[in-house]
Design a protein around this ligand. Structure first.
Ligand code: 13P
Ligand code: ZN
Length: 272
């Protein structure tokens, strides 16, 4: 059996948590990541029949039965993941239709997965229905997206159009736009269900006055998605209070969509 601390998926997760902390997106224990792994990946490093303990989830997600996830722990600081991966991360397998998680590695101080586990698992289930290659759900608290949710309309079309106008690459990176939830109590099955519903039509879901969820096929891709939206929100926050002299027009956005062969969310650009 190989050393799990050297597993590419653990190394990548540690680097990602460290990088996200460096970006200021994950103050204190803010943010959480879940990364779906195949049984073959896990079996190189762990005896998959050796269950350390079982943890009830409080919800059901039948399509995730038997699936493996590397996930950040609740109350754990992203800045500390690099110093003690086996305390701050856990590797679990979902059983009993989602009602139970079997811990195979990690959470070594007796900890458990993130309090946002419902939103993570329900989002995985929702995205797998849209994209069977989806692997990652990432949540964090980037300051500009958060700030924008205080001063901008939360209408999804309006919010998306503003982000698209703030930086040329936005419509290419997230042509489906961003979905937005109003403020809701975090950590609950209800916000999990609402997030998953929004994930059916976009890979980014803003949690107003809280943060953002992103999903993707890899940690890098998911990070890049959030990074691009957050940069656009930063430009918005730097310019919204100034006289706006120039913008990216809908005609320019259509040109980008054509050239980069992406399909903008239906109805979000004016017809041409
Ligand atoms: P956890 O420490 O439980 O992951 O919670 C952090 C967070 O961002 C809650 O939304
Ligand atoms: Zn949060």
């Amino acid at each position: 059996m190989k050393e799990i601390l050297n597993a590419p998926f653990v190394v990548e997760m540690v680097r990602m948590a460290t990088n996200m902390y460096a970006h200021g997106w994950d103050e204190r224990n803010g943010g959480n990541i879940s990364y779906m792994l195949s049984e073959a990946q896990v079996a190189e490093y762990l005896d998959t029949s050796a269950v350390l303990r079982t943890i009830p989830t409080g919800f059901e997600a039948p399509v995730l039965e038997g699936k493996y996830f590397l996930v950040t722990g609740t109350g754990k600081y992203f800045k500390n993941v690099q110093y003690a991966p086996e305390v701050n991360l856990g590797l679990i397998r979902i059983i009993e239709g989602g009602k139970t998680a079997e811990l195979l590695w990690g959470f070594a101080d007796g900890g458990r997965f993130t309090s946002e586990f419902p939103a993570h698992m329900m989002s995985h289930a929702a995205r797998l229905a849209v994209d069977p290659d989806n692997r990652v759900v990432m949540h964090c608290h980037p300051a500009n997206l958060l700030a924008m949710s205080y001063v901008h309309s939360l209408d999804e079309r309006a919010f998306t159009r503003t982000l698209w106008q703030m930086s040329t690459e936005c419509i290419v990176v997230f042509p489906e736009g961003v979905n937005v939830l109003p403020w809701m109590l975090c950590g609950t099955n209800e916000i999990g269900e609402a997030t998953a519903e929004k994930m059916a039509t976009a890979r980014l879901v803003v949690w107003s006055q809280h943060g953002i969820y992103g999903v993707g096929r890899s940690l890098d891709e998911t990070f890049g998605l959030i990074e691009t939206a957050e940069k656009a929100a930063e430009i918005y926050m730097k310019t919204a209070h100034l006289p706006i002299l120039n913008t990216i027009t809908d005609e320019a956005l259509w040109q980008l969509a054509d050239f980069f062969k992406v399909t903008p969310r239906d109805g979000f650009l004016s017809a041409r």
